[in-house]
Design a protein around this ligand. Structure first.
Ligand code: SAM
Ligand code: DTB
Ligand code: SF4
Length: 332
């Protein structure tokens, strides 16, 4: 039995094993209902589960840039596309610690380190584990995104103190093959279960603007919401169109469709942090304010994402002040 729910009244129960919490049809209905009805409903769910005036800030650092063998059609770091992004070696503990200290001083509570790998070698996981331990020592939460992970590698990272692992499903299973051919959807699900089994929080979301339709967006959200345990953190990225990638000339997404995706994610995963991720510059201040109303309660904070620009810290702090939004502090 599939259970549609009244999001205004009914907090999300944990579904029994093998029971889907959401169908693609239900998710499509959310994504296409009148905008004001959707936002009203999403905001009500948001208030039931979170302080609506508080936001979590994560700062990203690209600890190993470019030269990636994968063919993700959106990605400036794939070695297959001529995007001007240079391949660089893994950063040192000193370089990473200096960046994390800056991020903490600027108000970030979590430090997220990204590496342009298909899948790290054990030796590389050991090096990243040292980075994780160093950043934990600064009193910040840690997150890494390193590509596909084996269970033993996830355990190594957990022992080093890793709080979150980011690994996105990106789009629906149906649209996936049009975007990436060098790893499968199942590969991604396997990494997510290795991370979950190691006791690390899961950060998993996707991208809008990959040429998908509403059913694909609904399909992605259902995959996320129907995981055995929904991700603690759900990044919703708008495609950053980078010259040289196959998706450089993809049609831009309507800003209201970004907000709709955030709202549906909030309703379908009421207890998760929903992160308004790449694409905030394109959304503008009013679009971002709508997304926060719709239930986004986390952002990437800092003037650069991995290789592309993000709003400046002062711009963000100014907008939060104008909206009466407080930021979550680092723990130590
Ligand atoms: N190489 C690792 C992997 O793919 O798992 C980690 C880094 S990868 C850059 C992390 C995520 O960033 C991707 O899964 C994708 O969702 C997002 N991303 C990459 N390029 C993007 C772009 N141009 N626009 C929006 N999101 C993007
Ligand atoms: C996520 O979902 N978005 C971030 C992070 N996880 C690693 C990456 C966005 C990358 C945008 C393109 C770039 O800056 O290279
Ligand atoms: Fe490589 Fe990750 Fe970029 Fe795909 S998204 S090309 S795996 S860095």
């Amino acid at each position: 039995m599939l259970n549609a729910r009244n999001a205004l009244a009914d907090p999300m129960p944990i579904a029994p094993a093998n029971e889907l919490r959401w169908t693609v049809e239900e998710a499509s209905k959310l994504l296409t209902m009148p905008f004001n009805d959707l936002l009203f409903r999403a905001h009500a769910v948001h208030r039931e589960h979170f302080n609506p005036n508080q936001i979590q800030l994560s700062t990203l650092l690209n600890i190993k840039s470019g030269g990636c063998p994968e063919d993700c059609a959106y990605c400036p770091q794939s070695a297959r596309y001529d995007t001007g992004v240079e391949a660089s070696p893994l950063m040192s503990v000193e370089q990473v610690t200096a960046a994390a200290l800056k991020a903490k001083a600027a108000g970030a509570s979590r430090f997220c380190m990204g590496a342009a790998w298909r899948a790290p070698k054990d030796k590389e996981v050991a090096q990243v584990a040292e980075l994780v331990t160093a950043i934990k020592g600064l009193g910040m939460e840690t997150c890494v995104t390193l590509g596909m992970l084996k269970p033993t590698q996830a355990e190594t990272l957990k022992s080093a103190g890793l709080d979150y692992y980011n690994h996105n499903l990106d789009t629906s299973p149906e649209h996936y093959g049009d975007v990436i051919t060098t790893r499968t959807y199942q590969d991604r699900l396997n990494t997510l279960s290795a991370v979950r089994d190691a006791g690390i929080n899961v950060c998993c979301g996707g991208i809008v603007g990959l040429g998908e339709d509403v059913a694909d967006r609904a399909g992605l959200l259902c995959q996320l919401a129907n995981l055995p345990v929904p991700p603690e953190s759900v990044p919703i990225n708008q495609l950053v169109r980078v010259e040289g990638t196959p998706l450089a000339n993809e049609k831009p997404v309507d800003c209201f469709d970004v907000v709709r995706t955030i709202a549906a994610a909030r309703i379908m995963m009421p207890a998760s942090y929903v992160r308004l991720s790449a694409g905030r510059r394109e959304l503008g201040e009013a679009g971002q304010a709508l997304a926060y109303f719709a239930g986004a309660n986390s952002v990437f904070y800092g003037e650069q994402l991995l290789t592309t620009p993000n709003p400046g810290q002062n711009e963000d702090l100014d907008l939060f002040a104008r909206l009466g939004i407080d930021t979550m502090a680092a723990s130590g």
